[in-house]
Design a protein around this ligand. Structure first.
Ligand SMILES: Cc1cc2nc3c(=O)[nH]c(=O)nc-3n(C[C@H](O)[C@H](O)[C@H](O)COP(=O)(O)OP(=O)(O)OC[C@H]3O[C@@H](n4cnc5c(N)ncnc54)[C@H](O)[C@@H]3O)c2cc1C
Ligand code: SF4
Length: 454
């Protein structure tokens, strides 16, 4: 621990976002960076607690106090070496992790001002790429082959780990490029896609093979792949979004969130769409149904496309601001989250149920909604939804459904097939998907060591 008193004298300082007027017209990353002196000073706030809860809270078990200490001392290469021991892709988590570690930081629990672990992680990794600490590994081959289906963070983590163990790894991806939701879900203003390209290039140089535009069916996994590869990992995510099958669902202008987000990311990657195919918020009143992170990404995207207005509705009640006595430590604090996209302007409403999409000439023009309330259930269990006031109409020419994803079901596979990431857990987080990828790679390795090669 570098500076034992820094946490008393140095306040938490976040790099913050680019000013709204500057960022709202482009898809560049909104988050800024601190200068080197400020970044090291932020790292000095870490107290190296006797029992560091941040280790426990991070699904990867990142050793934040250790690399924060190296960072504070200006030993950037050492900081990166410590970080990469547990996290294969800190350039992703450093940008988009909700920082479970920070909500477990003793400074957060006592003063509300956690160490800026996530930003520190991104800074260490960017320095590592800049100064060449990210090296290309060429492990000795063990003669066994593993297929990974899906190149989201889970598949990439599993592929990298197995490659380092000496397996010959082939990644099959149905899209035209790697990254999964990192590339085709999360908007560029949160994660620039060059960050993914850079990592894929490293993995390719390390001999991981990527096969794109290659959709693999369950039948092919069971029959061909499981027979030709020593093991197969299924990391196909959660392909089915939760829909809202109410009257008017077939009107033009009502879309699943990912239809908008993936298309916008593809447009930014240079892909062209006809006028009919193109989904755009330009000049429209936009309604986002669903109050979570995917909804928030739709808001930021709609702003950048030139929406006239953006409204977000959520069926659940508004969470408390700052502190929620119902979710005390060590639970994840369920509190109001205001993202950079919300800051850019949006009407947010809670306790709103959606009844019907309204339209003219086949195109959506508005949505009939019902204000509701939640009452305790006398029989116990889930609270009961009751009407609270008259139904109303929210005007909208573009409606985006951001209500989560269904947990996928899988057939029974041969013993050498393993599930991983969101495909196994249901929709989750990038950091959990990476952790799952690493754990699955370890399981595959134990399995193959025990059975020998085909
Ligand atoms: C809009 C949005 C924003 C998000 N923002 C964040 C965030 O800020 N922070 C965070 O931590 N998490 C975020 N998440 C969640 C996070 O992206 C996921 O939890 C994570 O990407 C899951 O990783 P995965 O590798 O399991 O699956 P995915 O990332 O979904 O990747 C699955 C891959 O498998 C491929 N695939 C599917 N079927 C096949 C097939 N049959 N054959 C071949 N390939 C196939 C897909 O094309 C895809 O590339 C967000 C999710 C969404 C939808
Ligand atoms: S991956 Fe997320 S939870 Fe883990 S140390 Fe980094 S920011 Fe914290």
């Amino acid at each position: 621990m570098g500076n034992p008193k820094a946490f008393l004298t140095v306040p938490r300082k976040e790099a913050g976002y680019r000013p709204i007027h500057d960022r709202i017209h482009d898809f560049g990353e909104v988050e800024q960076t601190l200068n080197t002196r400020d970044r090291q000073e932020q790292a000095s706030r870490c107290m190296d607690c006797g029992v560091p809860f941040c280790h426990w809270a991070c699904p990867l078990g990142n050793k934040d106090p250790e690399w924060n200490d190296a960072l504070y001392r200006g030993e950037w290469e050492q900081a990166y070496k410590l970080l990469k021991k547990t996290n294969p892709f800190p350039e992703f988590t450093g940008r988009i992790c909700p920082a479970l570690c920070e909500k477990a930081c003793v400074l957060y629990l006592t003063t509300g001002e956690a160490v800026t672990n996530r930003e520190n992680e991104a800074a260490i990794t960017e320095r590592a790429f800049l100064e060449g600490y990210v090296t290309i590994e060429h492990p000795e081959r063990n003669g066994k082959r593993v297929a990974v289906i899906g190149s989201g963070p889970a598949g990439l983590a599993a592929a990298q780990a197995l490659n380092y163990m000496g397996y010959e790894v082939t990644v099959f991806e149905k899209n035209e490029a790697a990254g999964g939701l990192l590339r085709y879900g999360i908007p560029n203003f949160k994660l620039n896609k060059k960050i993914i390209d850079r990592r894929i290039e490293v993995m390719k140089q390390e001999s991981v093979e990527f096969k794109y535009n290659c959709s693999v069916s369950s039948a092919a996994i069971s029959s061909q792949l499981s027979a030709t590869f020593d093991a197969v990992i299924i990391a196909t995510g959660t392909p089915t979004a939760r829909d809202l099958n109410i009257p008017g669902r077939d009107l033009k202008g009502v879309h699943l969130a990912l239809e908008l987000l993936s298309q916008q990311n593809r447009v930014l990657a240079g892909m062209e769409f006809s006028k009919d195919e193109r989904i755009t918020a330009k000049g429209k009143d936009v309604l986002v149904i669903g109050g979570g992170d995917t909804g928030s990404d739709c808001i930021g995207t709609a702003h950048r496309q030139g929406a006239k207005s953006v409204t977000q509705i959520e069926i659940m009640p508004k969470p408390p601001v700052g502190h929620n006595p119902a979710t005390p430590w060590p639970n994840w604090p369920v509190i109001l989250k205001t993202t950079s996209s919300h800051e850019e302007g949006c009407t947010r409403r809670w306790n709103i149920n959606t009844l019907e999409f309204l339209g003219e000439k086949g195109h959506v023009t508005g949505v009939r909604v019902q204000p509701i309330d939640w009452k305790p259930n006398p029989a116990g269990g889930r609270p009961l939804m009751v009407e609270a006031g008259e139904p109303e109409i929210i005007k909208a020419e573009l409606v985006l459904l951001a209500m989560g994803f269904l947990k996928p079901e899988h057939p029974e596979y041969p013993d050498n097939v393993f599930l991983c990431g969101d495909a196994a857990s249901g929709a989750s987080l990038v950091v959990r998907a990476i952790a799952s990828g690493l754990q699955t790679a370890a399981r595959v390795n134990s399995f193959l060591e025990s059975v020998g090669s085909k």
